[in-house]
Design a protein around this ligand. Structure first.
Ligand SMILES: *Cc1c(COP(=O)(O)O)cnc(C)c1O
Length: 383
């Protein structure tokens, strides 16, 4: 069955409709400012700053970018590590985490994950640093699961290992409670605060967000106080600016974000309970294994089935019933190495174990109870 013919799709983005966009588009018409840090971009950054500052006593700074991938690349570039420096990434994440490290000029070191959280932990990173000499780590808030930013900030201070958090899919879960650690969010259509494409970097250190902003604008110096004249190139940056049109969508998304999140969060909990019940009702002598914790604003639903055979059977059952599934983040990062290398691969027994029985099931705000029941039914029969 082709994806288009699926009765229950994997994911259905829901972005603001034209009525919600209308007032913002009117403002663009009036200002005739379409990109280059326009008024809507500035308003978005300031509203996001307020949100992050509600969760910490620290000052926060937000700079928008055209994607999280470029945000991670630029955040890594601000670290100014020697070219080729080893930088840790977890084995279970979207490929953008890896490509951003390579494009920032560093060498990715693919490390294992924690069995409960499916994330990198300070203990894993410390061990991996001692084995590989890594200078930095991109820790990923995989499937929207937040990291303890303060713990990572303390880790960075204690060890000198620089940390960037890839929180692309974790807006609403991931807060920033540490003064000097860049955290990057995505506004891709499939993420919790959706603008179609876009992203932003949050950091307590203004120097970092200023540098990201400068590099997002080709590397042109924008600061009169620097020794270099304004308008001169201060580094080989890129164009990663967010347009006013994308900011308009993001602002309209932000207007409806709390309501949309409440719906998705409640749906996630209800769905998870139904699947647990389906598993208990069938004679399976195991429980489903969930990632530790619940994301505040979930966009996907992944679960471990206890064995590869059971996962493969459920995939097969779903395919036959027109229920879309996805093995998110597979193949694991180091399995891409042949084509994009050089990559340093550590052994990743836990990531291999998690990946072997992990399945992504349909999840979207408009999912009906009947659709959830169909997925639960497929689960029961795949035991
Ligand atoms: C979506 C995602 C990205 C990429 O975000 P874009 O804004 O599409 O560039 C990077 N990392 C993770 C973990 C993601 O989920």
């Amino acid at each position: 069955m082709t994806a288009a013919a699926m009765r229950i799709p994997l994911l259905v983005p829901s972005l603001p409709d034209r009525d919600a966009l209308w007032p913002y588009l009117g403002r663009i018409d009036q200002a005739r400012h379409y990109s280059n840090f326009g008024p809507l971009v500035k308003e978005l950054e300031s509203r996001l700053t307020q949100r992050f500052e509600q969760h910490t006593a620290l000052d926060m700074h937000v700079v928008t970018v055209s994607s999280a991938t470029l945000g991670i690349e630029l955040a890594l570039t601000t670290l100014d590590l020697p070219p080729g420096s080893p930088v840790l990434v977890p084995a279970l994440t979207f490929v953008a985490t890896l490509t951003a490290v390579i494009r920032a000029g560093y060498t990715p070191v693919v490390a294992d994950i924690d069995l409960d959280s499916w994330l990198l932990t300070p203990a894993i990173v410390e061990q991996a640093v001692s084995e590989t000499g890594a200078k930095a780590a991109v820790v990923v808030a995989t499937f929207g699961q937040a990291h303890d930013s303060k713990a990572w900030g303390d880790f960075q201070q204690r060890t000198g290992v620089r940390i960037v958090i890839d929180a692309a899919a974790a807006f609403g879960s991931q807060w920033v409670d540490t003064p000097d650690l860049p955290v990057v969010f995505s506004m891709h259509a499939t993420k919790s605060l959706a603008a179609g494409e876009g992203g932003f970097v949050v950091c307590g250190n203004r120097h970092t967000t200023d540098l990201v902003m400068e590099m997002s604008n080709f590397g042109i110096n924008l600061h009169p106080e620097k020794s270099l004249p304004v308008g001169y190139l201060s580094s080989a940056g890129t164009n990663a600016k967010l347009s006013e049109y994308h900011a308009a969508v993001a602002l309209a998304s932000l207007d409806g974000w709390d309501a949309a999140t409440a719906i998705r969060h409640a749906l996630y909990l209800r769905y998870r309970e139904q699947l647990d019940q389906a598993c208990q009702a069938s004679s399976c002598n195991h429980a489903l294994t969930w990632q530790h914790g619940t994301p505040a604003s979930p966009m996907t639903l992944s679960v471990r089935l206890g064995s590869k055979q059971r996962r493969d059977r459920l995939e097969q059952h779903c395919a036959e019933r027109g229920i879309a599934t996805r093995r998110w983040y597979q193949p694991l990062l180091h399995q891409h190495a042949a084509k994009v290398g050089p990559i340093i691969s550590m052994t990743t027994p836990t990531a291999n174990t998690v990946a072997a029985d992990l399945i992504g099931l349909p999840f979207f705000a408009m999912m009906s109870d009947a659709q959830i029941a169909q997925v639960a039914h497929a689960l029961q029969h795949a035991q």
